[in-house]
Design a protein around this ligand. Structure first.
Ligand SMILES: [Zn+2]
Length: 197
């Protein structure tokens, strides 16, 4: 099994955020940059997978933003029968909790998404695992490009809401909160290795 890791959006280069939008200014409490968060989570996953001897590729190692088409092209270089892709994000738009998206009509993706949902709920039993995916806004449709165009099973995790002050203060902007998000991703990946691949 090969895990393809994708950190959504661009990061910070010399203090300059590389993506328009995808951030939340909480004033004196600080600024949340989604691309920085996504990279922190992916870097934590990488550290754990290295320790566990699980093969991975970070398909977006740079800090500048990379188009969805480039991400798809990079992912599709790998053997789709052996690999799956997880793209890490934080949510916005009012709400709290966790959502996972999959490529439509792909049974292996659905099984993988279920494992991520279960792992999230085990790590955060009091938080909300959101099941209602009927209200697709434009942004969510765009995210699906990556899920539709990659040849291997693919999921996208939306980890808490950057525009929720509670999520920002208690989880997204804390070392412990980020470590727990890393932990449930790694737990999910090890379960996927044992149960699906
Ligand atoms: Zn995102």
């Amino acid at each position: 099994m090969l895990v393809l890791l994708d950190n959504g959006h661009g990061g910070l280069i010399n203090g300059v955020y590389q993506t328009s939008g995808k951030q939340k200014d909480w004033g004196p409490q600080g600024v949340f940059y989604e691309g920085e968060f996504n990279r922190a989570i992916v870097n934590g996953i990488i550290e754990a997978l290295t320790r566990l001897g699980i093969r991975y590729v970070n398909i977006t190692p740079e800090y500048r933003d990379v188009t969805l088409q480039t991400r798809v092209n990079r992912a599709n270089r790998y053997n789709f029968k052996d690999a799956f892709l997880v793209s890490v994000h934080a949510n916005a738009g009012g709400g709290s909790g966790f959502e996972v998206y999959t490529s439509p009509g792909e049974t292996k993706s659905d099984a993988i998404a279920t494992v991520f949902g279960d792992a999230f709920q085990s790590e955060f039993p009091k938080e909300i695992l959101r099941h209602d995916f009927s209200d697709f806004d434009l942004d969510k449709e765009r995210r699906f490009f990556l899920l539709r165009k990659t040849k291997m099973p693919a999921v996208l995790t939306e980890n808490f809401f950057m525009d929720s002050l509670k999520d920002f203060q208690s989880i997204l902007n804390t070392k412990e909160g980020r470590e727990r998000i890393v932990k449930y991703h790694v737990n999910a990946i090890t379960r996927i290795q044992n149960q699906i691949f």
